[in-house]
Ligand binder design. Structure first.
Ligand code: NI
Length: 390
């Protein structure tokens, strides 16, 4: 377990990174902080991997199994309003998703594993661009999974109390696709609407009708979301807008539902536009695939969590998250498991991730570091008795 002195050091790293948030593929200062911490531990590492990522290796038994653990490093374009003494010093950017905590956890795990090495090898992946940039793919293309037998990762989660770890077998996150609907009408004077094709009215009807896709076309037992997050149209109160652009997200937990939802969105947009004589262009941008936890990775992660926080702290999830996570790409190549670290303290009021008021209980760093060190050891124990890769 992490002692108080080490915990203080890890919190110091977290706060330093928190003050200097960097967006996707620009994590240069963050990578430098990681590199300095790894150098202090005399752990071999390389920067500039997958553009701004860092990969480190602890080789203690070259012939033994190799286990990877991963943290993400990017911040969000959110203006911080927490008022914390270590608030963001970069206008317009904030670590509002806890990735600063994830980095501190992995450095903590490196300290523990360096002190008490497993009979195998550890690869530490500090990846850029999780928030929509697909940094995991860049790291995989750079070869970080070469020779790796199993991988583990996790995310801070404010839905669970600090000191708990939540795990789900098989699917842990959903398909995340984004959509854009561009409506081309005909502008004109707001006093003479009969001479125009009002893109605002067409857009508003599309938004309303999209709400019935989930309620009427999808099996209620399949969690699904269609949300429009932005609607832009018009420039003046007395002019009919000639164009409207809607942007949103689609979250599905199975492939068939995803196909149905995409088809219905296209049909809805086309039908409403045709009714009003507007032109419409729908584009769907494929997002991350779901995180699919491997059965053996799940078992090992559950055992490690039990060891670190006790059986009562382990929460077995029955439903996947509707969020997305590019850890999914690693699991498309090798087995492993993704977990959620409870970070909600009863003294804090609940603030969701991606909020400008987001903060978490730093005790989660202690839990995460201990979990990662333990899960590596447990995975090495399971895999070292096998000569073949799983
Ligand atoms: Ni995140």
């Amino acid at each position: 377990m992490i002692n108080d002195g080490t915990f203080e050091y890890l919190c110091h790293i977290r706060r330093k990174i928190h003050q200097w948030p960097e967006p996707a593929f620009q994590e240069a200062k963050t990578a430098e902080t990681v590199s300095v911490a790894l150098s202090r531990l005399s752990i071999w590492h390389k920067t500039g991997v997958g553009k701004t990522g860092v990969v480190a290796r602890l080789e203690t038994t070259p012939s033994g199994p190799t286990i990877a653990i991963r943290a993400d490093m990017d911040a969000l374009p959110v203006e911080e309003k927490t008022g914390l003494p270590f608030s963001s010093r970069v206008s317009g950017y904030m670590h509002a998703c806890g990735h600063d905590g994830h980095i501190a956890m992995l450095i903590g795990a490196a300290m523990l594993l360096k002190e008490s090495p497993p009979e195998g090898n550890v690869v530490f992946i500090f990846q850029p661009a999780e928030e929509g940039g697909g940094g995991a793919r860049a790291m995989i293309e750079a070869g970080v999974l070469d020779g790796v037998d199993m991988i583990f990762g996790g995310h801070i989660d404010m839905h669970f109390p600090v000191g708990s770890i939540a795990i789900r077998q098989y699917m842990d996150t959903s398909y995340t696709d984004s959509l854009e609907i561009r409506i081309i009408g005909k502008g004109g004077h707001a006093a003479r609407p009969h001479e125009t094709v009002d893109a605002v009215v067409v857009g508003a009807q599309i938004v309303t009708l999209l709400q019935s896709i989930v309620s009427r076309s999808v099996d209620p037992l399949n969690p699904t979301v269609v949300s429009i997050g932005s609607f832009h149209a018009g420039t003046a109160y007395n002019a009919i807008a000639d164009e409207a652009v809607l942007r949103g997200t689609i979250r599905c937990t199975d492939k068939r539902t995803r196909d149905i939802v995409i088809e219905k969105i296209k049909k809805t947009a086309a039908s409403v536009s045709s009714l009003h004589g507007a032109d419409v262009y729908v584009s769907i941008h494929e997002g991350y695939p779901p995180v699919m936890n491997h059965p053996e990775g799940y078992r090992i992660a559950k055992e490690a969590a039990k060891e670190v926080i006790g059986e009562d702290g382990v929460i077995i999830l029955t439903q996947p998250s509707m969020g997305g996570e590019d850890f999914a790409y690693y699991l498309e190549h090798i087995p492993g498991c993704f977990v959620r670290f409870g970070a909600h303290n009863s003294l804090h009021k609940f603030v969701p991730t991606h909020s400008s008021n987001f903060d978490f209980d730093e005790e989660v760093i202690r839990v995460g570091a201990a979990f990662y060190a333990e899960v590596v050891k447990k995975a090495v124990e399971v895999l070292k008795h096998r000569n073949v890769r799983v």
